[in-house]
Write a protein that binds this ligand. Structure first.
Ligand code: SAH
Length: 263
């Protein structure tokens, strides 16, 4: 089953999440509730002035400034939701979905889960996600984030150390965002079906070296490591150029596929 919440269209309703964007393109996430007031540096916005508007409308604050109102995208949510651990950036989330070929109905084991940003992206792609997370507080936060931002979904997080083993069998994908993914390879060899894909997200190339060396002696093949550089541009009529600042480094993606057992 894929997340069942229907596509949000039509006028903005109470209890919906919205993004208010100021004239400097800064976004503020809030949940609409009748009678509530949203306080910003540029004055107040009454939620009742927003409820019933079409997405993409403008509202005036109490001091006469304009805010644009839209429903947040998954990338907006990931960058602004409450988080404990570092989340994976949207540029990498998109790439991970294709690199690990995550699709509808696939059984995915994810470890560690952190704040659940990657969980949300995989659920949105239609996968069934089971998370292993050693920290109980993160496991709770991830579950709450998924309910809040994705809704009803085939998702659970158990408090477990994935280095100690994976109980599930016949998984389609194993997706790892933790410091020593090479310690998971022997478990993933048992838990994945042949042809299944393992993906590890790692911040340093030293970790990638260890992973690739251990992989070379495992039943995983077709290993590939990549990184993604995303440069945004400043576009004005008389000044079109790359932005001065960019997020120059996040993490490396390594994928490999499990071979059938010999014989
Ligand atoms: N990908 C997540 C962020 C993960 S941060 C996101 O997008 O939000 C790394 C997480 O791995 C942390 O929450 C940490 O507690 C967890 N972790 C570290 N070692 C682990 C292990 N051996 N088993 C399970 N979880 C682990």
């Amino acid at each position: 089953m894929t997340p069942s919440s229907k596509v949000p269209r039509g006028p903005l309703l109470a209890a919906e999440h919205v993004l208010l964007i100021d004239q400097k393109q800064r976004g503020y996430l809030t949940t609409l509730a009748s009678g509530q007031i949203f306080h910003t540096h540029a004055g107040m916005v009454a939620h009742d002035d927003v409820i019933g508007l079409a997405e993409g409308s403008q509202v005036l604050t109490s001091t006469g400034r304009r805010f644009l109102v839209v429903r947040p995208t998954l990338a907006d949510v990931v960058l602004k939701m409450p988080r404990g651990a570092q989340v994976i950036y949207p540029k990498d989330l998109g790439a991970i979905l294709l690199a690990a070929d995550v699709g509808p109905g696939m059984r995915v084991l994810e470890a560690g889960v952190g704040s659940g940003a990657l969980s949300m992206a995989m659920l949105r792609a239609g996968a069934q996600v089971l998370g292993y997370e050693i920290r109980a507080d993160f496991a709770r936060r991830a579950r709450a984030n998924v309910v809040e931002w994705v809704g009803e979904a085939p998702y659970d997080v158990v408090e477990r150390d994935v280095y100690e083993g994976i109980e599930e069998r016949d998984l389609d994908r194993v997706v790892l965002d933790l410091p020593e993914p090479w310690r998971v390879l022997p478990h993933a060899e048992k838990a994945l079906r042949p042809g299944g894909i393992l993906l590890a997200y790692l911040p340093t190339i030293n970790q990638v070296s260890v992973l690739r060396a251990v992989m070379a002696r495992s039943r995983f093949a077709m290993a590939e490591t990549s990184e993604l550089l995303r440069r945004t541009w400043h576009v004005e009529e008389r000044s079109v150029r790359p932005d001065h600042r960019m997020v120059a480094h996040t993490g490396f993606l390594t994928t490999a596929r499990l071979l059938a057992p010999p014989g």
